[in-house]
Design a protein around this ligand. Structure first.
Ligand code: SF4
Length: 389
C-alpha cells in the first residue's frame, strides 16, 4: 500500500469515519500486520476498552444427517451412513442436563438439515430443554435451518420464529453465512439459503427483539474482495436493524480426523490451503475496521488454537466465545492440539495472561460479571501462567 493511501486510511480510522469497499480491499492487500493490528486495536479499545468477553456454554448437535452436501463441510452425513446420528429428544435433554454441573449459561444448538424429521421436533426439543434447564439461554439454529423449517412445515419464518421464541429460543446462531457473493457461494454451498433468505430471516429475528451473531467463512477459495463484499452487506443490514451483537470470522478447516468409513466429505480441501495465523489476524483486523456498527468481534478459539486466540485480542477481537465441549462442526475436521473444553477458570487465565480484563457475558452480550484484571506484566514474565492442566 502506498504511503499516501496508508495515511488516508489511518486518518479515517482515527476520525471514526466509515471505510469503503476499496479501503477494505487495500487493507487486505497490505502485509504490514503490526500496522493493521494497531489500527484495529485502536477501534477495539474505543468500543470495548481492555475488556474481553466470554461465556460458559456448551454445544449440542442433535443430528449430523443433512440433505445438503456443502463442499467445505466435514460434519454432514447421509441417512444410513456409518457415523450418522439423530438424537431422540429425551437423549438431547439427558445430554444437556449432564452439562448443568459445569455452570453453563448458554446452550448452542446447530444441526444438519434432516430430510425426514418433522418440524415439530424442533420446538418440542427447545421446550423440553428449557424445562430442565430454565436458567440456560437457548441459542439455536442457523438462518439456513429456519429456511429449511419453512420448507418442511409450510409455515412462514415469521410464524416459525414466534413458535421457537415461545418454546424458549433467545438467539439464532450466526452460521450459514459462509461467503454471500454468488461467484463463490455457488461453488461451495449446496442448499438454497443465500443472501436474500439469510438476511430476511435475521431481519425478522431482529424485529422480534432477538440479538443475533453474524459470521463469515474465510480461507478457502474466496478472494479479499469477496470478504469485503460480505462484511459490507452485513454492515448495511446492521445500519437498518442494529440487531447483530457480534461478528465472527470463521476459519475454514481441512479434515484432520478420519471419518468412520474413511470418506472425505470436505470436497474443496484438495484445492485449498487453510488461512495461516497471520492471515487470520489480518482478517480479524480488517473486519474490525470495516464493521464500524457492530459492537463485538469474536475469535472462536476452537478454530485457531489458544495462542492465536490470545493474539487476536490485539487485532480487533474482544470476545473469546465460551468454554465449549464437543464442538463437532470443526472438531470433526481439525485438531491442532486445541482442547475442546475450557473451564471458566481456564478462560480467565487465558484472558488475563494476554493482558486483558475478563468479563463474563450472557447470550445477549449483557455483562454478568467483571473479573479482576490482568496480572502485572513483570509478574507474568517472572512466572508463566498455566493455561489449563
Ligand atoms: S454446512 Fe450445514 S447445510 Fe451444509 S452440508 Fe454441512 S450441515 Fe448440511
Amino acid at each position: 500500500m502506498d504511503s499516501g493511501l496508508k495515511r488516508e486510511i489511518e486518518a479515517k480510522v482515527f476520525a471514526g469515519e466509515r471505510l469503503s469497499f476499496d479501503d477494505g480491499v487495500a487493507l487486505y492487500e497490505c502485509d504490514e500486520l503490526a500496522w493493521l493490528g494497531r489500527l484495529a486495536h485502536h477501534v477495539r479499545t474505543e468500543k470495548n476498552g481492555s475488556r474481553v468477553m466470554f461465556n460458559v456454554n456448551r454445544h449440542l448437535n442433535m443430528t449430523n444427517v443433512c440433505a445438503a452436501s456443502c463442499k467445505y463441510c466435514s460434519f454432514q452425513r447421509k441417512p444410513g451412513e456409518k457415523d450418522a446420528y439423530t438424537m431422540r429428544i429425551e437423549e438431547a435433554v439427558r445430554l444437556a442436563k449432564a452439562m448443568e454441573p459445569d455452570g453453563i449459561t448458554e446452550l448452542h444448538i446447530v444441526n444438519g438439515l434432516h430430510p425426514t424429521l418433522p418440524w415439530r421436533y424442533y420446538p418440542r426439543s427447545l421446550r423440553e430443554l428449557k424445562a430442565v434447564l430454565p436458567n440456560v439461554s437457548l441459542k439455536a439454529f442457523t438462518a439456513t435451518e429456519i429456511h429449511w423449517f419453512e420448507r418442511i412445515s409450510g409455515l412462514p419464518a415469521d410464524e416459525i420464529l414466534d413458535e421457537l421464541i415461545d418454546a424458549g429460543l433467545e438467539s439464532l446462531t450466526g452460521g450459514g453465512a459462509e461467503i454471500f457473493d454468488p461467484e463463490i457461494r455457488d461453488q461451495i454451498v449446496d442448499h438454497n439459503t443465500h443472501w436474500e433468505d439469510w438476511s430476511r430471516i435475521h431481519r425478522l429475528a431482529h424485529a422480534k427483539g432477538l440479538k443475533t451473531p453474524c459470521t463469515m467463512l474465510y480461507g478457502h477459495i474466496e478472494e479479499p474482495r469477496h470478504r469485503v463484499d460480505h462484511v459490507l452487506r452485513l454492515r448495511e443490514l446492521q445500519d437498518e436493524t442494529g440487531g447483530f451483537a457480534v461478528f465472527i470470522p470463521l476459519r475454514y478447516q481441512h479434515d484432520f480426523v478420519d471419518s468412520a468409513d474413511g470418506k472425505v466429505r470436505n470436497q474443496i480441501q484438495a484445492r485449498t490451503t487453510m488461512a495461516t495465523p497471520a492471515e487470520s489476524l489480518k482478517t480479524f483486523a480488517v473486519s474490525r475496521l470495516l464493521f464500524d456498527n457492530v459492537p463485538h468481534v469474536k475469535c472462536f478459539w476452537v478454530m485457531h488454537g489458544l495462542s492465536v486466540g490470545q493474539l487476536s485480542l490485539n487485532f480487533g477481537a474482544d470476545d473469546l466465545d465460551g468454554s465449549v465441549v464437543e464442538y463437532k462442526i470443526t472438531h470433526d475436521a481439525d485438531s491442532y492440539g486445541t482442547p475442546d473444553k475450557m473451564t471458566r477458570d481456564d478462560l480467565l487465565t487465558l484472558i488475563r495472561d494476554a493482558g486483558f480484563t475478563p468479563v463474563e457475558r450472557n447470550t445477549r452480550y449483557e455483562v454478568v460479571h467483571t473479573y479482576e484484571g490482568p496480572v502485572p506484566l513483570a509478574e507474568r514474565r517472572a512466572e508463566p501462567q498455566p493455561m489449563w492442566s
